[in-house]
Design a binder for this molecule. Sequence first.
Ligand code: SAH
Length: 359
Amino acid sequence: MSAPPILTELEPDALAETLAGLGAKPFHARQIYRWIYRRGVADFARMTDLSRDLRAKLERTFAIPTPAVTTRSESADGTVKFLLRLGDGREVESVFIPDTPAMTFCVSTQVGCAMRCGFCLTGRMGLLRNLTAGEIAAQVRVMAHDLDLAGRRFNIVLMGMGEPLHNYDETMKALRILAAECGLAVSPRRVTLSTVGVLPALERLAQEPLMPNLAVSLHATTEELRDRLVPVSRKYGLADLIAACRRFPLARRDRITFEYVLLRDVNDGVADARRLANLLRGIRSKVNVIPLNEAPGIPYRRPSDARIDRFAQTLADRHVTVSVRKSRGRDIRAACGQLIVEGARQAPGQRAAALLGSS
Ligand code: SAH
């Protein structure tokens, strides 16, 4: 017998169609979405505004897999990191950041990551697999209900484990599922997708009708250095990435965020800041400087506060809007670049995980 279809992989229209195929009324799709996403109910028996017959039929037809919270760590600063176990036993990390300034969920798009950026722990895992749209959306569903925030306004950043543009279709589908009015109704305007710059996918994103905000992980201002820090740059070079950003369609008040991990004596000089300001000239942008979160095995250091300030000031002097990302959740390894789910057996001290939005 083949596995039952997974209901949470269906967008509302597809669910309505599937229901019609079962002889049920399509409008039940909205009710089901409401139960699952707004009320956090993943059990058909409890969907009491559906008839008993329909509930029984749904039960026989569909599965609603819901990731289990295996570990929940709360930082002194209020950041909460969730280790979630998926249907096949793989684990991902997702993070809640209370005030950046809005409430933000940082979610993963892949188990591990193929990009292998030199300063990022997730890259050490390699890519184990893509997440499905339902699994990406489920991270928000599970965290929102755990924290009792399903009815509140929050932001989502795709800054957890994985490279969202390396799992394009499932990521965009997840955003449509999360945007559904009958569900959590998170407008793409409240979502930020962060990418190293997988160019063909970035071009696709530029055509999307529902577009999230864009953040680009830049980290370097010369081809040579970026090739070293962000290996995918050897394929999709810095100049081409900047050109694609220049072409990227932005709504009236929007800007592209450029993330720049600051590494001591590697990319943190005044000359780097000047080159960065020049590169971004003419692009509606802001720069988010992320002082490196150090970790064992990462061969880079965090610059001194004085150097961080000097870098930011050099940008500001050139009229670049700049912010320095506060590190959140470092005490629970929930900060940027710290998300890694390792085989507990291989590295018992190091289980934590993911990369982050508000570092
Ligand atoms: N793959 C996407 C999504 C991850 S976002 C991307 O790279 O944009 C996570 C952010 O944290 C990225 O900007 C990443 O470069 C940054 N990061 C990774 N490792 C880090 C570390 N050790 N310290 C600080 N930031 C890090």
